[in-house]
Design a protein around this ligand. Structure first.
Ligand SMILES: [Zn+2]
Length: 316
């Protein structure tokens, strides 16, 4: 019997939505945590496109829907679902109430920062079960972060706590989407790796990859494969990126002293904990200090983010 068949009137459904910088993902989920059906599309470029995507998912639900939970980049006011700060491609949502944008009638619409929803899901169903002090990084187009401190998600005075992708690693580094320079996100992210590799191509460095017919640089997955295949530029780009990531992790460990640190996102799937420690003196120092704290996520990032919607039972 399928999960959908088991879900009866006493077990209504919820819709989980993950609004990311590259793609929007959604799922119909049982409120007990079963992921029943997935949907994905390129990130919306307007509020109406976001509403239309969510309503198309709602129409696919074959049982009553209890509500809609949204994980979104940026600083989100969970109490009101207002997007307080969201620079970049999704800027059109800044200042908007996601509950109004979705316009789902009587259905409850909850929203929270996407890295926090991912961490909530890890606490409920994944690698952080039974833990009270955990840090999670989502490594993808950008870098998200969230911290569980003494059993509660850390919010901060203005709701911005845990935005670890914007910790400053190099004050003279590249310009970040947040307006600062040298953030972790400018050093270790898909965008950072792809632009660094493009710079190598531009300078005619030894490389096995090239721009495609549309002039686009290779994507991160191709760069990882090229590095494994001996591409000198790819190896250099990734070595530098991982060194920055390791430096950030050392700072995180000293700041939060977590039981475990969870890595999620596309880049976490492309690499392994060993790759992070490979050739990185900072990580080795960290291990010598007794901080053997890295744990790969046990649940896919999609499932974590979507199941961690604020509707989830017991969500922090
Ligand atoms: Zn930044």
């Amino acid at each position: 019997m399928s999960d959908l068949a088991r879900a009866g009137p006493g077990n209504p459904l919820a819709i989980g939505v993950d609004i990311g910088g590259t793609a929007i993902k959604a799922a119909i989920v049982g409120v007990g945590g079963e992921l029943l059906e997935n949907f994905h599309a390129p990130s919306p470029r307007s509020a109406s496109a976001l509403r239309d995507f969510v309503h198309s998912v709602l129409k696919r639900a074959k049982l009553p829907v209890q509500g809609i939970g949204i994980g979104c980049k940026g600083i989100i006011d969970a109490a009101s679902s207002r997007v307080k700060s969201l620079p970049g491609d999704l800027h059109f949502l800044e200042g908007r109430l996601l509950s109004e944008v979705i316009d789902a009638g009587d259905l409850t619409v909850c929203a929270e920062n996407d890295a926090r929803t991912a961490l909530i899901a890890e606490v409920l169903w994944g690698a952080a079960r039974g833990r009270r002090n955990v840090v999670l990084l989502t490594l993808g187009t950008g870098v998200g972060g969230a911290a569980l401190v003494n059993g509660a998600i850390l919010g901060g005075a203005g709701g911005a706590a845990g935005h670890l992708g914007h910790m400053s690693l190099d004050p003279r580094g590249g310009l970040c989407i947040c307006g600062n320079y040298g953030c972790l996100e400018t050093c270790f992210s898909s965008r950072a790796i792809e632009s660094d590799y493009w710079a190598h191509l531009h300078r005619a460095a030894p490389a096995k990859l090239c721009l495609d017919s549309a002039g686009q640089p290779p994507n991160t997955e191709a760069i990882f494969r090229a590095a494994a295949d001996g591409d000198e530029s790819a190896r250099h780009v990734l070595d530098c990126a991982f060194e920055y990531l390791a430096a950030a992790i050392v700072s995180i460990l000293h700041t939060f002293d977590p039981e475990i640190l969870i890595l999620g996102g596309n880049l976490a799937r492309s690499s392994s904990p060993d790759r992070i420690s490979e050739g990185c003196w900072l990580w080795r120092c960290c291990r010598r200090g007794g901080f053997g704290l890295l744990a790969a996520t046990l649940v896919s990032n999609l499932k974590c983010t979507i199941l961690g919607c604020p509707l989830a039972p017991g969500a922090c």
